[in-house]
Write a protein of this length. Structure first.
Length: 215
């Protein structure tokens, strides 16, 4: 019972940090550039999905369909971000094609297989996450030899969380006791991811105080 309570605390703490991150990035929305605006909206969408998912879960309602909404949203928003951040023209073209092909393919699939909307679809997870992991790794490589470090902390958290959660969610349809422990591990990963997003804001996007030199 204590373990369950503690895990719930970590879940709500993850939501809380996500909410803080959302507020921090949205507060200067109009002043920010396109990439930061997209990132801010992405955090807001994630917060809405997480809160609604938690609300449905509290009433023991099926919330798996929100996982598909999250996958779609994350793929679209982060593809746009990585497309703007990368200097690789070939990769930009690949991302552009993927932005049309992958979402439309999945929409078509669920249109003809609507009953699967309440299941984990492993192919969907791989289609959405593997390209993002490739884009994320490319971003990391491009940033190694540069002084510009914006989105580095976010990218590190995203890469580790998405790499691990892709493996975890891939066994989402398996009915076994181990699934409970897998989901609990993912909760800790998510909290770490959100903490790194906060570090991203603190290091690269907060308004730093102006040092006034006295003569």
């Amino acid at each position: 019972m204590e373990l369950i309570s503690f895990n719930k605390f970590i879940i709500y703490l993850g939501y809380f940090v996500l909410g803080i991150n959302c507020l921090l990035f949205l507060k200067d929305f109009k002043k920010n550039n396109f990439v930061v605006r997209i990132f801010s909206v992405f955090l807001f969408v994630c917060l809405i999905i997480q809160l609604y998912s938690s609300y449905l879960a509290s009433f023991r309602e099926n919330n798996i369909f929100l996982f598909h909404v999250f996958n779609f949203s994350q793929y679209i928003f982060l593809s746009l971000i990585f497309m703007k951040l990368t200097k690789n023209k070939i990769l930009k073209n690949i991302i552009t094609v993927g932005l049309y092909f992958i979402p439309l393919s999945l929409v078509f699939f669920y249109f003809i297989n609507f009953k699967d909307i309440n299941k984990f679809f492993i192919t969907e997870i791989l289609l959405c996450n593997i390209p993002l992991l490739i884009f994320s790794f490319n971003f990391l490589v491009e940033k190694i030899d540069t002084q510009e470090k914006k989105f580095v902390y976010f990218n590190a958290g995203f890469f580790v969380y998405t790499l691990c959660s892709t493996l975890l969610f891939s066994v989402g349809n398996i009915k076994s006791e181990i699934i409970r422990f897998i989901w609990e591990f993912n909760v800790y990963l998510y909290l770490t991811y959100q903490i790194l997003i906060f570090v991203e804001w603190y290091k690269n996007f907060r308004k730093k105080p102006i040092n006034i030199k006295h003569v």
